[in-house]
Design a protein around this ligand. Structure first.
Ligand SMILES: [Zn+2]
Length: 143
């Protein structure tokens, strides 16, 4: 697996529990598979997010409240940054954790509409992610 592939496949938010999710490979159907923590099991993006949360917990992306490790439920949810109704998919880059209150309040609205400052924060994280990928690409190119 190339360094660039790993950099591209990482979650833009480079902290726990997101950074416990490691890209493994693309399967025969073009689906990226991940491993969480020290587990050998390969999971799709949505299942990997669930597993990472259940092992490590996480902050609500929107209101920052801490949610300790527990099964995902109505109280702790995965949230699509780009709503499904707008074509948002279960890609790793499109998924964060949200407390049930924020997820219900956000509903089908997009990130900027729901809470502009959090939307801007995510766009900054995406920018930093792209820079990390380009830096990786540059160091590969220099070989
Ligand atoms: Zn919240």
């Amino acid at each position: 697996m190339s360094a660039l592939h790993k950099a591209l496949a990482a979650h833009p938010l480079p902290k726990k529990p997101y950074n416990s999710i490691k890209f493994v490979r693309i399967d025969g159907n073009g689906v990226p598979l991940y491993r969480v923590g020290k587990s050998e099991r390969e999971l799709g993006a949505a299942a990997a997010l669930k597993s990472a949360f259940e092992q490590f917990g996480g902050h609500c992306f929107h209101c920052k409240v801490w949610m300790p490790p527990q099964p995902l439920s109505q109280a702790c949810t995965r949230d699509h940054l780009r709503p499904k109704k707008d074509g948002g998919k279960d890609y790793l880059h499109n998924l964060v954790f949200a407390c049930g209150d924020c997820n219900r309040a956000k509903g089908g609205s997009d990130l900027i509409t729901f809470r502009a400052e959090v939307g801007v924060e995510y766009l900054k994280a995406l920018d930093a992610h792209i820079v990390r990928c380009l830096t990786t690409l540059g160091s590969i190119g220099a070989d």
